[in-house]
Ligand binder design. Structure first.
Ligand code: NAP
Ligand code: 8YV
Length: 315
């Protein structure tokens, strides 16, 4: 029996590439001298698509793949995929939930430590010789222990962040659209939570409903001692309003792993000394990326074996 044909538009982690090579006929679109010609010639053979790395997958691509059955995304966030267009065509979309929770939660806590304790600035102080010439780095006003933490998006990763926060003896609250059976305070209103907490950690998905959920009003509510951490999606924050809030010290600091227009980070943000900026490395370790690649391949394998996706997002 011939192996199912799977298209990979951009090169993903080796675990995804090698796993697909082993089990399927893999069309490596990123290596094709003429990707357009490859799609025209082989598009009708493609039954699976291995997507990710935030490359847009939409109706225009689906139109070129008339026999596509499944899109397996390398990542838990699937905002780069037009899921409605896929559903209309009966295409299953899968993601990689669960296997990256601890890694991303660690990144969120690291951003919190770096902002609250000014660790990046302190390191620069040493590296630029100021410790020797000027004496000790100034004390920070804030301390991690006992902070009041508000989590916007208490899902799989949000809960892993909450568990870590408990070990810092933080008080945890959250805002979701729905109340959960957890021992943390639920805020039906994001604004009310922002007013009440010291730090706001964002870990909601990026979509139309969450676009600019954190705006100038929420930032003002967080207040002059407030710290914002974003490991969800850049689109959740009004980035222009955030730059303004950091400049005017409407909030104290921000730690960001995600941005509105990646990989482009506004110069204004880069120039600010009260922003810690990471290049979307939340899940970026070899073991975690391997686990993500494995789940992507397992989704495709299971689908082609018995028509059952392991982690579908659209039914
Ligand atoms: P999840 O388990 O689905 O959790 C998402 C949470 O957000 C849910 O609790 C959900 O609760 C809440 N939520 C969704 N829409 C909302 C809205 N409009 N208003 C308020 N709350 C809302 O997802 P996860 O696995 O934790 O992943 C979360 C996101 O993290 C991903 O979608 C991705 O964007 C991001 N992420 C980033 C990295 C990174 O490298 N920085 C890595 C992995 C994931 P309700 O449904 O009750 O509202
Ligand atoms: C990765 C992520 O950056 O899973 C997600 O939603 O944002 C990260 O794990 C990405 O998916 C890998 O390209």
């Amino acid at each position: 029996m011939s192996r199912p044909t799977v298209l990979m538009p951009v090169r993903l982690h080796d675990s995804a590439v090698d796993g697909c090579e082993e089990r399927f006929e893999l069309l490596r679109l990123w290596e094709a001298p003429d990707p357009d010609a490859l799609l025209a010639e082989r598009g009708a053979d493609v039954r699976g698509l291995a997507g990710g790395a935030h490359r847009r997958i939409d109706a225009a691509l689906f139109d070129r793949l008339p026999n596509l059955e499944i899109v397996a995304n390398f990542g838990v966030g699937y905002d780069s995929i037009d899921v409605d267009a896929a559903t209309e065509r009966g295409i299953v979309v899968t993601n990689t939930p669960g296997v990256l929770d601890d890694e991303v939660a660690d990144t969120a806590l690291a951003l919190l430590l770096m902002t609250v304790r000014e660790l990046g600035q302190a390191e620069q102080y040493l590296r630029t010789g100021r410790w020797a010439s000027e004496g000790h780095y100034p004390l920070t006003d804030l301390t991690m222990t006992g902070l009041k933490l508000g989590i916007l998006g208490l899902g799989r990763i949000g809960e892993a962040i909450a568990r870590r926060a408990e070990t810092f003896r933080m008080t945890v609250g959250y805002h979701n659209r729905t109340l959960k059976d957890v021992p943390y305070r639920y805020y039906p209103s994001l604004l009310e939570m922002a007013r009440d907490v010291d730090t706001l950690v964002i870990v909601v998905p990026g979509n139309a409903a969450t676009h600019h959920l954190v705006d100038a009003e929420v930032l003002a509510a967080l207040g002059p001692d407030g710290v914002l951490v974003n490991v969800g999606r850049g689109t959740v924050v009004d980035e222009a309003a955030l730059v303004d809030a950091l400049k005017t010290r409407t909030i104290r600091a921000a730690g960001l792993d995600v941005f509105e227009d990646e990989p482009n980070v506004p110069r204004e943000l880069i120039d600010l000394d009260n922003a810690v900026l990471l290049p979307h490395v939340g899940s970026a370790t070899t073991p975690t990326r391997r686990a993500m690649g494995q789940l992507l391949v397992d989704n495709l394998t299971s689908w082609f074996a018995d028509g059952r996706a392991l982690s579908p997002v659209n039914g």
